[in-house]
Design a protein around this ligand. Structure first.
Ligand code: 5GP
Length: 122
């Protein structure tokens, strides 16, 4: 899928739309989700134009990949969530119900999150 620079996270990166920033480095920006699904719900996005984790993994440089994952750890430290526990996930494509076409990780914490997903519904 071609990257559309009019998506909401591209606008946040350009400063056209405000966000509740948690952390930023040269390669990533982390901010609180506007509709949190857990007490702590932070989104981490790369600064480069990648639609999904698949594209990011395939196309980003080693420096971008490292900078992004370092940011994830820094966010966990900033939020103080590692000891109690947390979850990261990334929705991708239609089956994954990805709504915003700019790769992002959801960082979820602040309560017992239960099992990862419901038992498989065949
Ligand atoms: P997705 O379904 O693409 O994995 O998740 C997109 C997430 O972006 C949703 O959890 C939604 O609440 C969040 N979101 C959508 N628009 C905005 C916005 O303008 N600001 C912030 N902070 N989060 C947003």
């Amino acid at each position: 899928m071609a990257y559309n620079d009019q998506n909401i996270f591209a606008k946040i990166l350009r400063g056209e739309i405000p966000c509740d920033k948690v952390y930023e480095n040269d390669y990533a920006l982390a901010f609180r989700d506007i509709a949190p699904q857990t007490p702590v719900h932070v989104l981490v996005i790369p600064k480069g134009p990648y639609v999904s984790y698949v594209e990011f993994s395939e196309q980003a440089s080693d420096v971008e990949l490292a900078g992004f994952m370092r940011a994830v750890g820094a966010v966990a430290a900033e939020l103080g969530i590692a000891e109690a526990g947390s979850r990261i996930l990334s929705n991708q494509g239609e089956d994954g119900h990805q709504e915003v076409p700019h790769f992002h990780l959801h960082m979820l914490a602040g309560k017992n999150l239960g099992r990862m997903i419901k038992p498989i519904d065949k």
